[in-house]
Design a protein around this ligand. Structure first.
Ligand code: FAD
Length: 277
């Protein structure tokens, strides 16, 4: 059972609890992006088990008629074992899904394989899949030129992985500047399908200004438990749709610690909740 403090960031351990959270969000105008926690599997069985659960999840999303989609990690579908296994498991999920399917982006060693699989299924499903790209990687400017001509959606994030200096921008301000430039490129060159994956108020404002200039449809995506009040306010205030990325599942502990380590505010928030019981 997940302690109350962790349940700010994780929507329970089961499909049912995660979808219950989505139902609440949908009533408040926010869509859900569900992620079953799990990564870096080195066994076929683990990758197969998560694939099966995602298939159950997309079937339930359709059955309950929810405004929701899923986001999967290549390494939970087996990319560390082989790229073929990752693609096979991804294809099974995409075949079962009426709802949209996102691919999270992991460290740079998986970027090529992830983009190749994305491109194949973006074409085959006529755009029912999306992929995340990271502004901290030097290559992303070129990758966006390739992605601009494909159906599907692209989520731009700053990048969560510590990458080597030769291939990545490591200065946070530089990454934010690159993010702004790349977002402008997307609004200018894409027909739609832009997802702004950021909690940064300046970036969210920048997206709003770019929308006024280019009128390219976009959505805003933030994590469960992070700036939630802003998420609810953006439903009315922003031109873009708002989605919340919702992790769930039994492997919640390491994800929760990552959220705490990431920001002092989260630690303070956790400490206050513990003290107040
Ligand atoms: P930061 O640069 O961390 O912070 C900028 C400003 O935002 C802060 O100064 C503050 O004003 C505000 N802010 C940020 N966090 C908080 C907080 N907890 N509380 C209050 N204010 C805050 N990374 C990947 O590498 N691959 C992925 O597939 C991926 N998917 C993602 C999906 C979504 C929906 C989101 C939101 C992020 C994803 N990320 C992914 C993570 C991303 O790369 C960043 O590490 C993360 O979002 C932090 O960058 P930021 O732009 O949100 O804000």
């Amino acid at each position: 059972m997940i302690p109350p403090i962790a349940s700010n960031f994780v929507a329970g351990e089961t499909v049912d609890s995660a979808l219950g959270h989505v139902e609440d969000l949908n009533r408040r105008g926010i869509g859900g992006i569900l992620n079953l926690l799990g990564e870096h599997y080195d066994s076929y069985e683990d990758a197969a088990a998560d694939t099966e659960e995602y298939i159950e999840l997309v079937e339930e999303i359709s059955a309950r008629n929810l405004k929701a989609c899923i986001s999967v990690k290549p390494s939970q579908l087996g990319i560390d074992i082989s790229e073929e296994l990752f693609e096979r498991n991804f294809e099974r999920i995409v075949d079962a899904a009426d709802s949209f399917v996102w691919l999270d982006m992991e460290d740079h060693t998986t970027t090529d394989a992830t983009l190749d699989v994305y491109e194949k299924y973006a074409r085959e499903t006529d755009g029912n899949v999306g992929v995340c790209v990271q502004a901290n990687l030097v290559r992303t400017g070129d990758d966006l030129q390739r992605l601009a001509h494909l159906p599907g959606k692209v989520r731009l994030v700053k990048g969560a992985y510590d990458e080597p200096a030769g291939i990545a921008f490591t200065d946070r301000e530089k990454v934010t500047q690159i993010y702004r430039d790349e977002l402008e490129y997307m609004f200018r060159e894409f027909d739609g399908g832009i997802a702004v994956g950021s909690h940064d108020p300046a970036i969210i404002d920048h997206a709003g200004e770019l929308y006024e200039q280019y009128e390219t449809p976009y959505e805003i995506q933030m994590l469960m438990g992070v700036r939630e009040q802003a998420q609810f306010e953006l439903v009315d205030q922003s031109a873009g749709e708002v989605y919340q990325y919702i992790p769930y599942g039994s492997k919640w502990l390491s994800y929760f610690y990552r959220r705490l380590r990431e920001r002092k505010e989260n630690i303070g928030f956790a400490a206050r909740a513990i003290v107040s019981g």
